[in-house]
Design a binder for this molecule. Structure first.
Ligand code: PEP
Ligand code: MG
Length: 612
């Protein structure tokens, strides 16, 4: 079944050799998480794009004012708590931003405008906030003053906080507004919002921005939810309550499709669920290739529910725990004890109590306000990110390292490792080792139990890929973060749909670099895992296997299909496949060849492969 046609044009739809003309709205984006889902659109932060046009009845005004005031009180309480905690744990300067936000919230002009519009013009509080943001945006756009422009971001943050308290992103269904499974629609899904969605039944995700390896895509994959990103002008046409189909294999999104289209997609949706159930039955089978070589299929997780999913899907451990989600979803700064408690829960929930814990990877597309969020950077992915940021907050960084060591020591029979993101230089590795050493020393001086925790680096930066042989002496293991490595090698932002044609793991340049790194690790006898998204995609998995990788870490939802694929291919075959693509000079040649080979080896897995 194939859809063709230009976006927003009536589409030509081919069904069983007949040509039908239907007029429904179809849009094409980037397929980021496989499968088909049908549900009701739930548009996040709709107030920014589709302001509520409802006018309040006289009898509703008092309740609307009270709703706004409650949101204001809750926002003020959040901000006070954040200011206190950040001041204590990070520093006075970092906490100052929350004082600024409180003063915006207290600002008489701000609040009087909102109240006035609710009372005099019968606007809902959401519509009033939207109008206020519009006014400020216009006002600030006239100034060239960078300081004032920055204040607009503060106003925006306050408005987001207020609207979050008013709309309760987490529970749209419980408000009785929406029925049935939901398809989340967003301009861009912030990691914190994506995690907050864990409490509702989300069947699919569509975003206007983002691409294959943006964090919304990663979360969708980790939960096995079909998703499409990079859908242009999406927010202009989708409204909360629309019926929507997400095809995470082809990148198509259908809005309010007609009954026949819907029926066709329902059939594919059923096949998708059937395949998923069938594959999940593999969970207790060992991960071995057709010629009996054992593989380690581990999971990338963001929290305890994912760690449980890792076990349920038959993973042998957790190869990447992204700790930043603990910070992003915490109402303030998690202290050492809170982190220790969370890490212990994660270790206990992980298969074989095996977890590689990655230290805070904030920056790029993930920001927390108390760690420099307010300093806009021209190139955030190449800027103050990951360990670069952690180094500037040593107390804060030490808290995390200590919590990891303590949690490992207090979990018997666990296999816990610590790994550092975005390592670029040998100097950084030396500095990290020094910090870890000092954490051990201080814990021992305090009489706290410690355990030896192997230390590894994430290989994500081309400079480190070039110098890898000289770095291996300083680490116990390497984990290749191919999402970042690809974006840095190709100089193509992983979140920008306009350059997603370049940000491709099947680019010959990427394959050559990966091959070199894997050979260097083999040569030095250092264990190497691939934990970027390519580890869980059937075509790139085959290439990695052929390069010699035996440790893979992926979204839990992909483990069953990769286990099935592994059982259908021998090492000799995978090596032959990899050698056969080395001769290609373009990404499209590699992709085409791999699509054909996958079709031969495991045609049933095509439903789970994202072709883009
Ligand atoms: C990566 O970059 O491949 C990776 C696994 O880390 P993240 O996606 O969290 O940046
Ligand atoms: Mg990364």
């Amino acid at each position: 079944m194939r859809a063709r046609g230009n976006a927003w044009q009536p589409c030509r739809w081919f069904v069983t050799d007949q040509v039908h003309w239907y007029s429904f709205t179809m849009r094409k984006g980037i397929a980021v998480s496989p499968g088909v889902a049908i549900g009701t659109a739930y548009v996040i932060h709709e107030i920014f794009v589709n302001p509520d046009t409802k006018r309040l009845e006289d009898s509703e005004v008092t309740a609307e004012l009270a709703r706004y005031e409650t949101a204001r009180d809750r926002s003020a309480a959040d901000l006070r708590a954040l200011e206190r905690k950040v001041e204590a744990q990070v520093g006075h300067d970092e906490a100052a931003i929350f004082a600024v936000h409180q003063s915006i919230l207290r600002d008489a002009a701000f609040t009087n405008k909102i109240r006035g519009w609710i009372v005099d013009e019968r606007l809902t509080a959401g519509a009033a906030l939207h109008r206020l943001l519009g006014e400020y945006t216009e006002l600030f756009s006239k100034t060239a003053d960078a300081y004032l422009k920055e204040r607009l971001n503060d106003v925006r943050d306050v408005v987001i906080r207020l609207s979050g308290h008013m709309t309760q992103v987490q529970k749209p269904a419980s408000q009785g507004v929406l029925e049935g499974p939901l398809i989340v629609v967003a301009d861009e899904l912030l990691p914190s919002q994506a995690v907050a969605l864990g409490e509702i039944e989300v069947k699919g995700i569509v975003t206007q921005g983002g691409s294959q390896t943006s964090h919304a895509a990663i979360i969708a994959r980790s939960r096995g939810i079909p998703a499409v990103s990079g859908v242009k002008r999406l927010m202009r046409v989708v409204k909360t309550g629309d019926k929507i189909v997400v095809d995470g294999r082809t990148g198509h999104v259908e809005i309010n499709p007609n009954p026949e289209t819907l029926a066709a997609f329902r059939k594919v949706e059923r096949e998708f669920f059937h395949l998923k159930d069938e594959l999940a039955e593999n969970r207790d089978l060992p991960a071995v290739t057709a010629d009996g070589v054992g593989l380690h299929l581990q999971a990338n997780i963001n929290g305890v529910p994912d760690a449980n999913a890792a076990g349920a899907m038959g993973g042998s451990g957790v190869g990447l725990y992204r700790t930043e989600y603990l910070y992003l979803t915490h109402s303030d700064v998690p202290d050492e004890q809170e982190q220790y408690d969370t890490y212990r829960q994660i270790i206990a929930a992980s298969p074989n109590r095996t977890v590689s814990i990655r230290t805070l990877d904030i920056g790029g597309d993930k920001t927390v306000p108390y760690l420099g969020h307010n300093h806009q950077e021209a190139n955030p992915f190449m800027g103050w990110r990951s360990i670069r940021l952690s180094f500037e907050h040593p107390e804060f960084f030490n808290t995390q390292i200590r919590a990891i060591i303590r949690a490992a020591a207090d979990c018997p029979e666990s296999n816990v490792r610590i790994m550092f993101p975005m390592v670029t230089t040998i100097e950084e590795l030396r500095r990290l080792r020094g910090m870890v050493r000092r954490c051990y020393k201080s814990l021992m001086e305090q009489g706290k139990p410690t355990a030896r925790v192997p230390m590894g680096m994430m290989l994500e930066v081309p400079a480190a890929a070039i110098m890898i042989s000289s770095m291996l002496d300083l680490v116990d293991f390497v984990s290749i973060g191919s999402n970042d490595l690809v974006q840095y090698l190709m100089a193509a932002d992983r979140d920008n749909p306009k350059v997603s044609h370049l940000c491709q793991p099947m680019s010959p340049a990427v394959l050559h670099v990966l091959h070199n790194v894997i050979q260097a690790c083999d040569h030095a006898n250092t264990q190497v895992t691939v934990c970027g998204e390519m580890a869980g995609q059937p075509r790139t998995f085959l290439l990695l296997l052929g390069m010699g990788v035996r440790f893979f870490s992926m979204s839990p939802a992909f483990i069953p299909s990769i286990k099935r694929l592994a059982s259908q291919v021998s090492i000799a075959q995978a090596e032959h496949i990899f050698q056969s693509v080395l001769k290609f000079k373009t990404t499209s040649q590699v992709k085409r060849q791999m699509a054909e080979l996958l079709e031969d080896i495991a045609p049933e897995l095509a439903l789970l492969d994202t072709p883009s």
